[in-house]
Every structure is written in C-alpha cells, then in structure tokens.
Design a protein around this ligand. Structure first.
Ligand SMILES: Nc1ncnc2c1ncn2[C@@H]1O[C@H](COP(=O)(O)OP(=O)(O)O)[C@@H](O)[C@H]1O
Ligand SMILES: [Mg+2]
Length: 353
C-alpha cells in the first residue's frame, strides 16, 4: 500500500497547458476519484502518476520517495484501462498469470495468486475461456484480476466501466468497492460519471481545465460546493442557479422574486443563488420563493422532474417524489428551506462555506 503525493505537477503538450499545477496528497488506502468533463486532464494526471507520461514540472512521490523520473515498472502501481487490453489468444488464466510469469515467479505461487484473484472476482468458472467467450463485464474483471495478482501498492483505473451497459456498470462498480474494502489498497479512479464518483470515493477531486476545483468527500461536495462549477457538476439533475443581489443589511434579493433574510452569512457580494431540484417543493402563492409555469414533466418512476419556466424565461428543475399531480401549462409556486440555498459571488465562489 502506498501514499501518493503530487506537488505542483504540470504537464504541457506543445503550447497547451493540460495540467496547470496540481497539489494533492492521496493517503495510504484511500479511494480517490478524479472526475470532470471530457478533456479536463483526468487521464493525463493518472498517466503522470503511472509514469506513462513525464511531468513538465513538479514532483511525484510514492510513500515519500521521489518517483518523478522513475519508469512505470519501478513505481509498483497497476493500471486498469477502459479498453480491457487482454491478450485475445490466451485463456483467462494465462492473461491473469502473464505478468507473474514474466517476473519469473514459480508455478505454485502463480497458481495460488491467480486462484485467489479469480475467487475474489468470481472468475473461477471461466479460467479456461478465451476473452472473446466472455461478456464485457467479465473481461473487465479479468483486467482487474491481472492488476490484483501483481499485488500493487496502488491501483490506477481509467474509466474502467465506460464500455459496459448500465446494469453491468452498476454490478462491476459494487465489485470494485468490495475489492477496495477487501484489499485496503490505495485506489485512484478516473471517471466522467458522477454516480461512480459519489458511490466509490472516499474523496472526489473535481477537475476542470487541468485545475482542481475542489477535493473533498462526496458529502461535502454535495452539501458545500466551493464554487458554481462543482455545484452544477455534482448532483443530477443539476443545481438551479438564479441571479440575485445582496446588501450589507443581510438581505438577498432574488431576481424576479422575493427578498430573503440571510443572517447566517455575509451576503453583500452575492450574485447568484443555487437550489438543488430536490430542495424545491410546491407551496401556496403567499409563501413562494419562485414561481413559473410547467413546460414539461419527466416521470422517472421513483420521482418526477418538473421543468418550470420562470417569468424571465429562465428554466428551473424541480424534483418531486413519485408521479406529479401537476400538468404542463400549470402555474406552480415553489419554496425551499433557507439552509438549502447556496449563495455565490460574481466569480462563482461560495459565500457559505
Ligand atoms: N499526447 C497528447 N498530445 C497532445 N495533447 C494531448 C495528449 N494527450 C492528451 N492531450 C490533450 O490534453 C487534454 C486532456 O486530455 P485527457 O487527460 O485525456 O482528458 P480527460 O481524460 O479528462 O478526458 C485534452 O485537450 C487532450 O486533447
Ligand atoms: Mg480520459
């Protein structure tokens, strides 16, 4: 097991600054997820840790040792890719055993390790099969098995579930969580899927444009986003953002809406409020924070999303339990508890951290 430390890590490809100075300490045994939109630098950062790319500046330490210029095989890490990268002509057993054989490990030890990994990943019945006779989920489990037998000090995953359909993705996600619990290994996991990030991570690192926007527990990111980027990125459907103005008398004036008393924080520089769809609820006209007319209703089974158009033309999303009794075209009044209202300044930074 290992801790991984990044100090002012930068990476440029030609003139493009892809990673713009990352400082991050990943603790021994921690499950850290890098999440962010496509192209934000997640894979590059993982490849820098793996040693598959060289940093342009900064340092990488594993267990306190400087590995900035160490080749991948000296770092003691195992990487699992989205494309399973299995050898098609080899059986599952041989695929998993391959790296141990090249290390010159004796047959008995190899058999023990492969059997243990196969048991852990429920691949015991498939050891004689070739990859083409496996489902996508089983292939990815073989790729994970290949990483497990190497007994790495940390696992690096790059979107390992992206090629799987929704049901398999959910199953394999649980399997990875179980594996982390069982092995207690440090895991660094890249995904663009916020459900994976929320469910797997001890700590989520939200990246945008090669910078860390916030790094914290799933709960803290959801409850206390530092900025509008994280506020909108975490949570689905995403947080509603609306213009507002604040004054030094602790009043928040919502555009086309009422004025709120905001005693809990300094709101003179308030510029936008944010309310999550699930924190809005229907109410009477007299207590309304917002109002608008329903344009569309999406019924999802356990809940429904109401897409509401406000008077100024902006759209907000409201999430209600079960099937809504409302109908498109209907005017609705909405309220939210003041504690659930996020407030951001003109730079998008939270005023209520
Ligand atoms: N080898 C490379 N040469 C040039 N540009 C690259 C290379 N690898 C990645 N990039 C660029 O770096 C940015 C980040 O890429 P990547 O780390 O793959 O993003 P993500 O995994 O978050 O989608 C992208 O704009 C991508 O085009
Ligand atoms: Mg990527």
């Amino acid at each position: 097991m290992a801790s991984i430390q990044l100090r002012q890590v930068k990476k440029t490809f030609g003139p493009v600054n892809v990673i713009q100075g990352i400082d991050l300490h990943i603790n021994d045994g921690e499950f850290v997820v890098f999440v962010g939109p496509s192209g934000c630098g997640k894979s590059t950062l993982l490849r820098l840790i793996a040693g598959l790319e060289q940093v342009s500046a900064g340092y990488i330490l594993i267990d306190g040792n400087d590995v900035t210029h160490a080749p991948p095989y000296d770092r003691g890490l195992s990487m699992v890719f989205q494309s399973y990268a299995l050898y098609p002509h080899m059986s599952v057993y041989d695929n998993i055993a391959f790296s141990l054989r090249t290390q010159g490990m004796d047959k008995g030890s190899i058999a023990r390790r492969v059997d243990e990994a196969a048991r852990m990943l429920q691949l015991g019945d498939y050891l004689d099969r070739k990859p083409k006779a496996l489902s996508g989920g089983q292939r990815q489990r073989v790729a994970i098995g290949r990483a497990v037998v190497r007994n790495p000090s940390a696992f690096l995953f790059d979107e390992p579930l992206s090629n799987l359909d929704a049901a398999l993705r959910a199953d394999t996600r649980l399997e990875i969580a179980r594996l982390h619990k069982q092995l207690g290994s440090t895991m660094v996991y890249v995904t663009h899927d916020q459900t994976e990030a929320m469910t797997l991570a001890d700590r989520i690192v939200v990246l945008q444009g090669g910078r860390i926007m916030q790094a914290n527990t799933p709960y803290d990111l959801y409850e206390r986003p530092d900025n509008t980027f994280v506020a909108e990125f975490i949570g689905s459907p995403k947080m509603n953002l609306m213009a507002c103005a604040g004054d030094s008398a602790q009043h928040l004036h919502i555009a086309n809406g009422p004025t709120l008393e905001a005693p809990a924080f300094h709101c003179a520089t308030a510029h936008q409020i944010g309310i999550r769809p699930e924190h809005l609820s229907l109410c009477g006209a007299d207590t309304a924070l917002l109002q608008g007319s329903i344009e569309q209703i999406e019924y999802l089974g356990a809940d429904s999303c109401l897409h509401v158009k406000r008077e100024d033309g902006s759209m907000i999303t409201v999430r209600v339990a079960g099937r809504s009794r409302c109908a498109p075209g209907e005017t609705v009044h909405l309220t939210a508890a003041l504690e659930s209202v996020h407030v951001f300044d003109v730079a998008g930074q939270s005023l209520r951290r």
